[in-house]
Design a binder for this molecule. Structure first.
Ligand SMILES: Nc1ncnc2c1ncn2[C@@H]1O[C@H](COP(=O)(O)OP(=O)(O)O)[C@@H](O)[C@H]1O
Ligand code: SF4
Ligand SMILES: [Mg+2]
Length: 378
């Protein structure tokens, strides 16, 4: 894996492949005959991030927090409501479809459901060859050779060129998705929950494939997942998302050693620990209640209705994403009362009394079986 930037140092512009600045995506809610706008889903609500060349940035958060919407904004599959996305030094935020087209080669996506995104009546060779056809690159035997080479690279048998998607297993179908994404030699691949639909044993194979390809092709990844157990094994840095906002960003080691945001703590406590002794000692934080509606997000810190540390200030002032005391420069968290090292959230007492308050912290000492075995990166 390429580490373009030493952990802890601020990235130079030349190290950054994507810069996301205050990006917002609101979906209008319309009703009635006149389709009047009656509200807006604040799916992504002021996200700023940079993705460095050659790294894997993991984005993690509960379902519905805006991960896929953010991914589609970065890939410019969506128009932005506000904010900017700079890709490879070029501001792509407001480019028209036509002007975006040549740049699309540089940003490719891999989706969760490889089956749903593949046309069952088309042969795999022609599906993988789509990007070449769309961009008018190579034809005939030439294209077939390129497709078969891609099949080999992702671990598929090139002789299966004429088979249909139904003849492949779930893991193989995701390899087809990876081959398509690789076809145009992109700089950035956004993998949106690429292994969530796969069996645990197959997940590791796809994760290994993605890691190998990153080294071979010098790729930069945004890797999205709804829990930390998967992103941990592939990411250099992790951004934690909650209800349309990024609440913490840090290197993997820093995030695991010193999680500062109570929400990150809760997510981490749910990650299976392979060592039962360690799991025995760990407090398990169970967040109750659903993620609040992004149509009318809570005031101040959006996490306050579920946060065991919430105080009155949290209901009024939205905490900025910033470096906390004693943290490294690249570790930022959005919290007025960040978690200290060794602090037990189970002992925290919220200072706000709201009838609708949902927060609950439960401690359990049961060991949790590992969902996927640890795969340390090289
Ligand atoms: N096209 C859309 N129109 C209206 N609301 C949407 C649309 N896409 C996503 N949303 C809403 O935006 C929020 C974020 O969704 P999404 O980005 O899919 O979250 P995630 O990928 O983290 O599960 C959710 O409340 C979802 O219902
Ligand atoms: S302590 Fe306050 S600011 Fe920090 S996460 Fe909890 S509610 Fe938000
Ligand atoms: Mg999603």
């Amino acid at each position: 894996m390429i580490h373009a930037v030493a952990p802890g140092s601020a990235p130079q512009d030349s190290d950054v492949l994507v810069r996301v600045d205050d990006v917002r995506k609101y979906f209008p809610i319309r009703t009635g005959l006149l389709r009047r706008e009656v509200g807006r889903v604040h799916a992504v609500d002021g996200v700023s991030l940079e993705i460095r060349k050659g790294e894997t940035l993991g984005i993690v958060g509960e379902t519905g927090c805006g991960k896929s919407t953010l991914a589609r904004c970065i890939a410019r599959l969506y128009d932005l409501t506000a904010g900017t996305v700079v890709f490879d030094g070029r501001d792509i935020s407001r480019l028209s479809r036509r002007r975006m087209r040549p740049l699309r080669k540089g940003i490719q996506m891999i989706f969760q459901d490889p089956i749903g995104s593949l046309n069952p009546r088309r042969r795999v060779g022609s599906i993988i060859g789509d990007p070449f056809a769309i961009h008018g690159i190579s034809r005939g035997e030439d294209r077939k050779h390129q497709v078969q080479e891609l099949m080999r690279v992702v671990g598929l048998n090139p002789e299966h060129y004429n088979r249909f998607p139904a003849e492949f297993s779930g893991g193989q179908r995701q390899r087809i998705g990876v081959a398509r994404a690789l076809a145009l030699r992109p700089k950035l691949i956004i993998a949106d929950e690429p292994v969530s639909a796969l069996d645990v044993s197959i997940q590791a194979q796809i994760l290994n494939l993605l890691t190998d390809l990153q080294d071979e092709f010098g790729l930069t990844y945004i890797f999205i997942a709804h829990d930390l157990s998967v992103v941990r094994h592939v990411s250099d840095r992790i951004a934690v998302m909650y209800l349309g906002k990024i609440v913490e960003v840090a290197s993997v080691s820093e995030l695991y050693a010193r999680p500062r945001h109570p929400y990150t703590n809760a997510l981490l406590s749910a990650v299976p620990v392979p060592d039962p002794d360690q799991a025995d000692q760990r407090e398990r934080i169970i967040l109750v209640g659903d993620v609040p509606s992004p149509i009318n997000p809570p005031s101040g810190c959006r996490f306050h209705p579920r946060c065991p540390k919430a105080q009155n200030l949290c209901t009024e002032v939205d905490p900025p994403l910033e470096v906390k005391k004693d943290d490294r420069a690249e570790h930022v968290a959005a919290c007025h009362f960040p978690v200290e090292v060794g602090e037990k959230l189970s002992r925290a007492r919220a200072g706000i009394a709201q009838p609708e308050r949902q927060a609950a912290v439960e401690v359990s000492h049961e060991a949790v079986e590992g969902a996927i075995g640890p795969k340390e990166k090289t």
